[in-house]
Design a protein around this ligand. Structure first.
Ligand code: GNR
Ligand code: NI
Length: 173
């Protein structure tokens, strides 16, 4: 297993639209294992392959208290279950240190493929619903900061640009 580097805004690779997985084989399962290790290490409640520079439609999530409920979604498709919306303050491992309000669908149905290549469906609400929508956004090259004002986004970009320059000087990135 391996802990992978997480790309950070404004890295243009985060804007890549991920391709569907064609076959769920050992290559894909290894990527999933590495994604879980990276997500738990971060720590985060979700991770999209895009964030670790893998441009295939794979998501890992664990919203449980004790990190005991790993969920994998390959080629996920979200359908809206009703018109209810909910606003929550979100964080993102690719936008470290910033928390912003995002309004999303409250109840959704997710259809996806699991690590054995089997199709499944899951009704989502609460934090899981927020997280799955946040992760599918990543697969489509979309970020939490796209939902906030251009001025706020610019300020975040400037702060992260500074952080990355400092890290480059210290040989961290
Ligand atoms: O760890 C994470 N926490 C979080 C909190 C509120 C809404 C969404 C998230 S996802 C985030 C991990 C991440 O960046 N996934 O892409
Ligand atoms: Ni994120």
């Amino acid at each position: 297993m391996a802990i992978l580097d997480i790309l950070e805004f404004p890295d243009p690779r985060l804007r890549t639209v991920a391709q569907p997985v064609k076959t769920v084989d050992d290559r894909v399962r290894t990527m999933i294992d590495d994604m879980f290790e990276t997500m738990y290490d971060a720590p985060g409640i979700g991770l999209a392959a895009t964030q670790v520079d893998i441009h295939e439609r794979i998501i890992t999530i664990d919203v449980s208290e004790d990190k005991s409920e790993p969920l994998v979604f390959i080629n996920p498709e979200i359908t809206v279950l009703d018109g209810e919306m909910e606003t929550m303050q979100e964080g993102c491992l690719s936008v470290p240190g910033f928390y912003e309000d995002v309004t999303r669908i409250e109840h959704c149905l997710v259809k996806a493929i699991d690590r054995n290549g089997e199709a499944f469906e899951l009704e989502c609400s609460g934090l899981l619903a927020v997280c799955i929508q946040h992760e599918v956004d990543h697969l489509d090259g979309k970020l939490m900061v796209d939902y906030i004002s251009p001025l706020k986004r610019k300020r975040i970009k400037e702060k992260l640009d500074k952080k990355h320059k400092l890290e480059a000087r210290q040989g961290k990135r």
